[in-house]
Design a binder for this molecule. Sequence first.
Ligand SMILES: C[S@@+](CC[C@H](N)C(=O)[O-])C[C@H]1O[C@@H](n2cnc3c(N)ncnc32)[C@H](O)[C@@H]1O
Length: 220
Amino acid sequence: MSERSGTLAEDPFNGRNPTSHERMTGLPWDASYRDGPAPWDIGRPQPAVVRRAFRGGFAGAVLDAGCGTGDNALHVASLGFSVLGVDVAETALAIARKKAADRGIAAEFAVADAFRLERLGRRFETVMDCGMFHTCDGDERPAYVASLASVTEHGGTLYVLCFSDEGPDTGPHPVTQEELRAAFDPGNGWNVAAIEPDRVQTRYHDDDGAPAWFATIKRI
Ligand SMILES: C[S@@+](CC[C@H](N)C(=O)[O-])C[C@H]1O[C@@H](n2cnc3c(N)ncnc32)[C@H](O)[C@@H]1O
């Protein structure tokens, strides 16, 4: 991927490569957050994340890649973990920071490209991805997976919550188990420990949400 050039005023992508979703819609991710909640922005943490946290699934410093307006990151931070949420959508990050202040929760939110996480210069014992992986097309996955590997401690855990291809009312970017296993391969520094059927809540599905995979992936 080559970096784009230009000033911020003329480049809504801040010098990074637009993602496949941005190329398809012709809009930066930030636009999704400017006129009210985005379709995925349910205003509370995903139940799958809450359950995993309740079961003691988080440890050490935590990164939320593609954190949006921060409800998942804030839930984990409220349990006492040090959490960094990153996103390219500055409007979403401003909302996340306001939620943190309003709720009195210490959590950090920063602009960062999930395809270039090594630029953070930090490592995390637990990384979560709620809806970021499934926005990547096949060509983008290797770079995203390598970027995640660059910031995940060896022996650390990555959770990926994504739309699944199984069942009625699948979400817009359904992912198969095979695609998850192919992306997070031992050759890339990952071992898929479990892929469990779960649900993703959205603003446009009923209370039961959409079929999802909750993948637990260990950094080798
Ligand atoms: C489907 S939304 C999910 C947001 C949040 N995790 C949630 O559960 O509400 C995907 C998020 O990934 C962010 N995103 C997409 N591409 C990104 C990139 N290259 N770097 C950082 N964030 C990105 C979008 O701005 C958006 O907030």
